[in-house]
Each structure stands twice: as structure tokens, then as C-alpha cells.
Design a protein around this ligand. Sequence first.
Ligand SMILES: Cc1ncc(COP(=O)(O)O)c(C=O)c1O
Length: 404
Amino acid sequence: MERPDLHARVAASRSQRSAGAARRVRREVLRRDGARCEVSDGHGGSRSLLNFCSNDYLGLSQHFAVVNALQDAAARDGAGGVASHLVCGHHAVHGALERELADWLQVPRTLLFGSGFSANLAVMQALLEDDDVCVQDRLNHASLIDGARLAGCRLRRYPHADVEGALRQLRGAPEGAAMLATDGVFSMDGDVAPLRELAIAARVQQALLYVDDAHGVGVLGPEGRGSVAAAGLDVAAVPLRLATLGKALGGCGAVVAGDADLVDHLAETARPYLYTTALPPAQAAAMLAAVRLARREHWRRERLRELVQRFRASATRHGLQLLASETPIQPVLCGDNARAVAMAEALEDAGYWVAAIRPPTVPEGQARLRVAFSAIHEPAQAEALSDALALARDRADVAASRYA
Ligand SMILES: Cc1ncc(COP(=O)(O)O)c(C=O)c1O
């Protein structure tokens, strides 16, 4: 019997993506200056674009206090983490950051990871076993899905934000331990999970509620403590949650925050924690500065609210198809892949950078432009973007009618 040829499989997959306007290309950023980016055109030239696709929601990634903290710590401690936390990579600044994050998020314990993706793998792999069940929202982030697969447990998904659906799945799997996992803010839709209702469902079904708050922390709730705090829930209702450092906090890495016993268990048993190099201490120092800014500079969240209001009002006047989101993630639905790509190109010609998001990241037929706001945008820029989006849509309509 002949084995399948991996090169042939890759070539077939690539041509299928090309036919469906689903090829993915990376763009090189030559320079970042606040919300403006100089982006390579791939032919030796470049374009200056106003960036509406970063997750730097609070605008902290270039804040002088954050960058200074990084530079000072790198000068003192070097560029790398040098070993895993349990060997000799655990620096005092990692501990200080974990304590600051625990204080901010009002939980007994936090544990630092190199990325949110690996933190999600760690939580599921360390807690769930073959006979257990993990019940998840259909639109959860890929790392939650992969985490459940890695754990080897049963994975059951429920329709988006459908608490009854979650309950049904939990009731249908009464044996084994259960985890109910959801994004706090859905990364491609921008809406917030029905956390209070999910907490009740989890309690009734004796399931552990895990909230991936990658896009909520820094943005929602009192002091920016995230979607869990905004819903008025504490560590008893949500024993574990994920906060990422690579989005609103402007750096990289993540923490799992919550119940002390559970978090301590991760620190001793989670393979994606044990067998990887610690986050560089300089990055932890930068994130300590970023957390302090995120906690006290409320104007950044107020600015985001204003940007979202202005954008939604203007986009609605233009008849653009928005989703029900009050967060800085404001997707504009485009329909098919080719239309989303055409609109993104038209926007780029007008000086705006907005990412076209296509399946499999979103469901088939729901390609979209994922607009993301940052506190460093000006309110007038939100309105100008919606004007440009309307023009891009009209241009895509004309092009489509030509080929009809
Ligand atoms: C909901 C969600 N969870 C987890 C992650 C992964 O976080 P990180 O980028 O830190 O790996 C992301 C972002 O990519 C995300 O959107």
C-alpha cells in the first residue's frame, strides 16, 4: 500500500484555498507609530496605513513607561528567560507581575505563561482526563478547542451563546468531571458571553466554568478587570480564567487566574508550563508597568466607548452590516471571501488597514472585516473609517455586478 504523499496533500490544500479566495499572506510592518503603520507593499515600496486591526485596545504597546520598563529590565537581566520556571527561569519580576495581576483581578493566584494559546492547552491538559467532558461555545477560540483535544476528554459544543444548549450538553454527559469553557468576549464577533447564566448552568451541573477573557481584560468591567468582573462574578463562580498580556496590555504572554489549589496544580503538572522557557523577565517588567496603567487610566476605556458609539452610529447610517457588539471589536459582515478581500483592498487604497477574516476562522459565508479600535484612535477617525467602508462596499458591489 502506498502512503499518501504529504507534498501532494499540501499542494492540493493550497490550490483549494486559492480557488476560494482563502490564501493567507503575511504583511511586513516596517514601522509602527501609534495607530499608524508603514507596511511593505511586497515590491520594495511601502504604504502608510491607519491600523484598525490590532488588539492593542488600550494603546499601551508603545507607551513610554512600558517601553522604558522593558529596556531597563533587559539592560539588567538580558533578553531571554534562560530556562523554564521550575529550573532557574523564575525571576522576581515574574512573581511581582503574578501578584499584581492577582490583586487587579481579585483572585488568590495567577500563573504566567508565554502565550494565551499555551495557557489554554495547559488548563485543559492538566485538569481533564479521558472520561471527562468539556462543553464549549461553538465560536470559542481555536486554542480552547485544541486544548480539549489535547486533554483527550469528550468535547461537546453548543450553539453560540446558547445557555440552554450548554445545559443540554452537560446533562447529556453526566459521568466524569465537567468543564464549561467559553470566551468572555468572542474574538471575531465582539459580543460578550452570557456569563451569569453560564455560571448558574455550571453550578447546577457541577461543572467548572473557565472563561477565556483574552479580549475582555483591560477593556471591560471596573478598573478593566474584564468580563467576569463586569458580570459581577467572583472566583467561586469562575474558578479559572485566562487573561492575555498580548492584547489590551500591549505585550505578550498570558496568565491563568483563579483558585489557588487549581493554579498551583497547573504550576506543577501542566506540560505546556513545565516544558517551556519562561517569559523573558524584561517582558514581565513591561507588563507590570502596563497593568498599572491599565488599572488607573480610565480615560482609555472611556475613549474606546466613544469610538465604538461614533463608529456604530455612522456605520448604521451607511447601512453597513454590523454585529451586536459593544466592545472594541466591531466586525462588518461582507458575505463571501472574495467580497471581504475586495473590500479590504479598497480600504487599503484609501489608507486604512482592516483585516479580512475568512473561514475557517469564522463560519462559511460569514467572511468579515474585523474592525478593532484602540484608545489611541481619534473619534473622527472612527467616522472616517465608516465612510471608507461604505465606499469600499459600493466598489465591491460594482465589481460584483460587472462579473454577474
Ligand atoms: C479568545 C482568545 N484566546 C486565546 C488567544 C491566544 O492568546 P495569545 O495570542 O496570547 O496566544 C487569543 C488570541 O489570539 C484569543 O483571541
